[in-house]
Design a protein around this ligand. Structure first.
Ligand SMILES: C[S@@+](CC[C@H](N)C(=O)[O-])C[C@H]1O[C@@H](n2cnc3c(N)ncnc32)[C@H](O)[C@@H]1O
Length: 344
């Protein structure tokens, strides 16, 4: 830290132990950190997190445009991270910022356009290998092909297509208007970009475990002039370890993802933890079989087929309700299911 910074920190900063972290780090509408809202959007009253925190020297190389308690939380202890750098929920501001957990003393930075908030971020020797259904999508080839044909094939299984799926999700997300949407397992960001473009939400976080999917998403955003300055952030994280404080998110979307998760129960528990009261979860996936599947065929539909973990509707409902979510409902077409549930 420079002499000047140290001097000003000594007069303005409060020791970390005096800072009360809000349970829900939503920010006031006039907060410098709060994403821009369209004037037509309604906004709930929110709590501003306190600022003026001394940030360690490894973050001081970043642009000195502010230090603030952030929307993102430490994936290890879930304490909101301290951010140093330009404010705002957009690619450029996040790229130029450094993030640090004061409790765990771990720093997080961006790489290739996305912020890495996995527990393994920055590790030198340890390499995490996930199940095949997660690893498959980390491949550069699969990530490249995903939005260039792979996803369109889902129609054969009953998926109605991006526009219709987006419309259906938007209807379920009515209670989350003007709030923060996390598109968990966003892939190349097909829906994240639509959520951001809709102008319905104050911010969109496109989150995935795959570095290459996030790179694809970054390229798509960069090519789209209307998106590059919008309130969208790219974050690498594990759905079983979401980098948000409890109750800090208004809506979670997870398109065609549940069958790819290593542990759907841990994932749904995490999603429930980060949702605020009244927050909405919408997911789609392939069913192992549905009520229209002939009985004779059902035993041949294996749960772990082709490396994916396909569930049946009753299991999905059971998972959501056992995690404490309410108002469960779903729409089914062949193997396609869109389900929704709400945090009470
Ligand atoms: C079939 S793609 C779905 C992409 C997009 N949401 C859609 O609707 O087409 C499944 C995604 O789940 C992601 N995924 C798999 N395991 C994950 C994990 N543990 N945490 C977060 N995302 C994961 C993969 O990287 C992949 O991008």
């Amino acid at each position: 830290m420079s002499m000047n910074m140290a001097a000003s920190a000594a007069t303005t900063a409060r020791p970390l132990y005096l800072i009360k972290f809000p349970k829900r780090p939503h920010l006031l509408s006039d907060s410098q950190f709060r994403p821009r809202l369209l004037s037509s959007q309604t906004q709930r009253t929110t709590i501003r997190a306190t600022s003026a925190v001394v940030v360690e020297s490894d973050l001081s190389t970043k642009q000195d445009q502010g230090t603030d308690v952030d929307l993102f939380a430490c994936p290890i202890c879930y304490e909101p991270l301290i951010r140093k750098g330009p404010v705002g929920l957009n690619l450029s501001a996040i790229y130029r910022s450094g993030f640090k957990c004061k409790r765990c003393q771990k720093s997080y930075t961006s790489k290739d356009g996305y912020l890495d908030l996995t527990v393994t971020s920055g590790l030198r020797d340890y390499i995490e290998v996930q199940p095949v259904r997660t690893e498959l999508f980390r491949s550069p080839l699969v990530s490249f092909l995903y939005e260039r044909g792979w996803r369109q094939n889902f129609r054969q299984s009953g998926f109605p297509g991006l526009d219709e799926e987006f419309k259906m999700a938007q209807e379920y997300f009515e209670p989350a208007k003007g709030g923060l949407v996390v598109d968990v397992s966003c892939g190349s960001g097909l829906f994240s970009r639509k959520f951001a473009k809709s102008g319905t939400y104050s911010g969109v976080i496109a989150l995935d475990y795959s570095e290459n999917m996030l790179r694809q998403c970054y390229n798509f955003i960069k090519k789209d002039d209307t998106l590059s300055t919008t309130n969208i952030a790219l974050v690498r994280a594990d759905v079983s370890r979401l980098p948000f404080a409890p109750g800090s998110v208004d809506a979670v979307h997870a398109g065609a993802a549940l069958h790819c998760w290593p542990s759907p129960s841990n994932a749904v528990a995490e999603i429930t933890r980060v949702l605020r009261s009244g927050g909405v979860f919408v997911g789609t996936t392939f069913l192992r079989y549905s009520s229209s599947t002939p009985w004779i065929i059902r035993p041949f539909r294996e749960r772990n087929s082709q490396g994916y973990g396909f569930l049946i509707e009753e299991e999905i409902k059971d998972l959501c309700t056992s995690c404490g979510l309410t108002n469960y409902s779903c729409k089914i077409e062949k193997s396609f299911i869109m389900f929704t549930a709400q945090k009470p």
